[in-house]
Design a protein around this ligand. Structure first.
Ligand code: TXA
Ligand code: MG
Length: 330
């Protein structure tokens, strides 16, 4: 990035969404709400806009992006749907599911957006602001989470501004994102494979498919591997160290709690936030990134994190916590 941009933040009214669509059509970068997290959008067919997006995020370019489209008909123009993909799209779109499919020959998405892979990640978001924007633009929009690379995903317009202010053109403020973790990613290339747990629980997907999902092979977690990049271990990292499955709070630590029973030593914590005092995993997912950010600003070197059960959205929550706890790569 050379000269800093002036980043406008506008409430998600009809005229603002129309402006946002024009900005995207002209190659601009627009952050907008989806039901999972805020996305940083660029016209997927405009290679220059996609390059600016990578620059604004500071993201390594081997990490391919999700193309967001208005509906299944638009998705079919970009990729080949096998039987499993058909079923999943019909059951869960619009919603927090991304499908990785074989790219069709006529797909107009810029090579840079798919990092040169023969597959493409597609998603039909359900958030009304995202839908209005996609319908007005009439083109696919690539939208990674609207944070600097290596930071946690934003669930409010304020998070986006804090991370990307001066680096993007526009932020459409549609209030807090409801789901709070990113979409679940399933590759339907051969057997369906779960590439990233997310806002749609695995069990719901398996019920519709009538079979268990394979997990991503360990080799794909290698950032050098072109198979399924984006599983970078430190993708979701706050500045503080995380101490997972903590059973007490050590002096000077901040505490990310879950459920009604606080840990021994909680009264001495630098700051305490509870993902869900009632132990509700949906509420916990919605609070996850924003609580991590707030605790990070408390300045404690370590955040102790209480155990979170692995069922339902708990799988995605534990996945994000493990990534946030991994050693940082940038
Ligand atoms: O909920 C979401 O999915 C949000 C909102 C904004 O829609 N977007 C999001 O995008 O999380 P991003 O770029 O942060 O994550 C995209 C993930 C990355 O892990 C990337 O590697 C993976 O999708 N991905 C994209 N294309 C792929 C492909 N062809 N094969 C395997 N993985 C792919
Ligand atoms: Mg992200």
């Amino acid at each position: 990035m050379t000269a800093p941009l002036t980043t406008r933040v506008v409430p998600a009214e009809f005229s603002a969404i129309a402006d946002a669509a024009i900005c995207l059509a002209n190659g601009g970068l627009v952050a907008f709400p989806t039901e999972t997290v805020y996305g940083l959008g660029a016209d997927a067919t405009n290679g220059t806009a996609v390059a600016r997006l990578f620059a604004a995020k500071g993201r390594p370019s081997f990490n391919p992006l999700i193309a967001h489209v208005y509906d299944l008909a638009a998705a079919r123009r970009l990729a080949a749907f096998d039987a499993a993909a058909e079923r999943l799209a019909k059951a869960f779109w619009p919603g927090p599911l991304t499908l990785v499919l074989r790219t069709s020959a006529a797909c107009p998405v810029a090579e840079l957006a798919t990092a040169g892979l023969p597959s493409i990640a597609l998603r039909v978001p359900s958030h009304p602001v995202a839908r209005e924007l996609l319908s007005r633009l009439g083109r696919p929009v690539v939208a990674p989470s609207a944070n600097r690379s290596g930071h946690v995903s934003p669930t409010t317009a304020q998070h986006v501004l804090a991370d990307l202010g001066g680096r993007i053109d526009l932020i459409v403020d549609g209030g807090p994102a409801a789901v709070g973790v990113e979409s679940t990613i399933v590759a339907c290339l051969n057997r369906p494979v779960l590439l990233r747990p997310g806002g749609l629980p695995r069990a719901e997907i398996e019920r519709v498919l009538g079979m268990e999902l394979d997990d991503v092979p360990a080799s794909a977690v290698d950032p050098e591997s072109p198979v399924a990049p984006g599983m970078l271990a430190s993708h979701y990292a706050p500045r503080a160290q995380l101490r997972l499955r903590a059973e007490n709070v050590r002096p000077g630590e901040a505490l990310l709690a879950f459920g009604p029973n606080l840990l021994l030593g909680a009264e001495h914590a630098a700051m305490v936030l509870n993902l869900s005092p009632g132990g509700d995993l949906v509420e916990a997912a919605a609070n996850l990134f924003s609580d991590l950010r707030t605790l990070d600003t408390a300045g404690a070197a370590t955040i102790a994190v209480m155990p979170v059960p692995r069922e339902g959205l708990g799988e995605a929550i534990n996945d994000r916590l493990a990534r946030a706890a991994a050693p940082k790569s940038d």
